[in-house]
Design a protein around this ligand. Structure first.
Ligand SMILES: Cc1cc2nc3c(=O)[nH]c(=O)nc-3n(C[C@H](O)[C@H](O)[C@H](O)COP(=O)(O)OP(=O)(O)OC[C@H]3O[C@@H](n4cnc5c(N)ncnc54)[C@H](O)[C@@H]3O)c2cc1C
Length: 401
């Protein structure tokens, strides 16, 4: 294509998935163009809790050195509060998680991206996929055209490109929404706290020496709220203890909401195109795994896609074929299956208050099981790999406790 700028890969979207993918590819001397339609760093509704595995991935990407300690707070584990006020908690076996203000995560990823000479980041640039044929994928960037053998689509939950390529599946069965706001108060817990109510949860994540982020996730078909400016007070009112604690605190961000969260995708690869992060389909934020999954997917590109793109340098004018992306697909599918399975179970519990009550009580009585499930959620152990005694005790508390 005459006058088109040529790259080894083009990335659409400068969220955690896109920036991490840019870093992972360009540090192997591939020429990468990343397009983000807004400015960077960029805020977004998020619970802001990064699990220990995600923290390790940030380190592998070289992002940790760019983080400002005043904008984050380590957390040791997770505390669950059942609808009846019962509480269960467990530490992570694998180290600490990090509560990182979303703006700070974006800033650190962007700073790391800017260090890599082969990665060009263009902000305030809305990309439009023009065409993908056997030759190249072309992307319209402002008034110019960029081409590459592969486009990585990381344009977020409601991915316009997924719709453009008709890869959006019918809506799923959950109509869940999320919202968040930050409050100026020294964190009172070293955990991420999760409060369950009927069809609604509140997540309190420490994200600085004098700040907590409160995120809410709710089933829109079960919780009737007016929304607008009253949204956060309305949601908070469902958790009187939390409301009391926060009522005198100043807020340090504006309210932000997003939904529906469940987004299904027909497939995540096609000739010349890979979907990454939320753009590749999403179930729910209830297990706090979205950022870690996005980073893991990006790092997986290093082993599976970098060699493919290097080979394509010797075959100019040829798009990366689905068959060359299969290894990436297989490797990431394992983590995604785990995410969908465990998140699906917790989601079912979230709309059955009787069961969530029982589960929180059983986890309280069996902290070893709770700790094991936290590791399983991060894909570090199989959920069922528990001693028969622990399983039997947990089952007993669940049924009779
Ligand atoms: C309420 C809530 C709480 C959550 N809590 C947690 C949590 O505690 N822990 C966790 O790990 N995850 C959590 N998540 C999930 C996490 O926020 C997402 O998984 C993560 O942001 C996915 O990153 P992404 O890069 O795929 O998408 P995004 O962060 O949405 O980035 C997509 C980017 O693409 C850009 N873009 C879109 N279209 C174009 C275009 N045409 N051209 C150029 N750029 C474009 C957008 O501007 C945006 O910057 C939560 C989500 C919600 C909604």
């Amino acid at each position: 294509m005459a006058n088109a700028e040529a790259f080894d890969a083009i990335i659409i979207g400068g969220g955690p998935a896109g920036l991490a993918a840019g870093i992972a590819l360009a540090r192997h001397q591939l020429k990468v163009l990343l397009l983000e339609k807004h400015g960077l760093p960029r805020d977004k509704p998020c619970g802001e809790g990064i699990m220990p595995t995600g923290v390790a991935l940030l380190d592998q990407l070289g992002v940790t050195n760019h983080l400002n300690n005043a904008e984050l707070r380590p957390f040791q584990g997770i505390s669950y509060f059942g609808p009846d006020g019962n509480m269960a908690r467990a530490d992570f076996r694998e180290g600490v998680g990090l509560g990182i203000r979303r703006l700070e995560l974006s800033r650190a990823l962007y700073a790391r991206a800017c260090e890599i000479p082969d990665l060009e980041v263009r902000t305030r640039c809305t990309a439009r996929l023009m065409d993908s044929d056997n030759m190249q994928v072309s992307v319209a960037v402002a008034n110019r055209i960029a081409i590459a053998p592969l486009v990585i689509v990381a344009d977020g939950l409601h991915s316009p490109i997924r719709r453009q390529l008709q890869l959006q599946e019918r809506p799923g069965s959950y109509e869940r929404w999320g919202a968040r706001q930050h409050f100026e108060i020294p964190p009172w817990s070293s955990d991420v706290e999760v409060y369950f109510s009927d069809g609604l949860e509140a997540y309190v994540t420490p994200s600085g020496p004098c700040r907590v982020g409160v995120a809410f996730l709710w089933h829109r078909d079960r919780i009737k709220i007016k929304g607008g400016q009253a949204l956060i007070p309305e949601l908070l009112a469902q958790f009187p203890e939390l409301e009391r604690r926060l009522q005198e605190c100043a807020t340090s961000s504006s309210m932000a909401a997003i939904g529906p969260l469940q987004q299904r995708v027909v497939r995540r690869i096609r000739d010349g195109v890979v979907f990454l992060g939320d753009a590749g389909g999403y179930l729910d934020a209830i297990t706090g795994e979205g950022i870690s999954l996005a980073l893991e997917g990006a790092l997986c590109l290093e082993k599976t896609v970098v060699p493919v793109l290097k080979r394509h340098r010797t075959r100019p004018g040829e798009v990366v074929k689905v068959s060359e992306l299969r290894q990436f697909e297989r490797k990431t599918a394992r983590s995604l299956r785990r995410y969908y399975r465990l998140t699906g179970i917790v989601l079912k519990l979230s709309c059955r208050p009787n069961w969530s009550r029982r589960v929180v009580r059983a986890l309280h009585d069996n902290p070893v099981v709770f700790q094991h499930l936290l590791s399983a959620n991060m894909g570090l152990v199989a959920p069922w790999r528990l001693s028969p005694t622990a399983l039997w005790r947990f089952g007993w508390s669940l049924i009779w406790g």
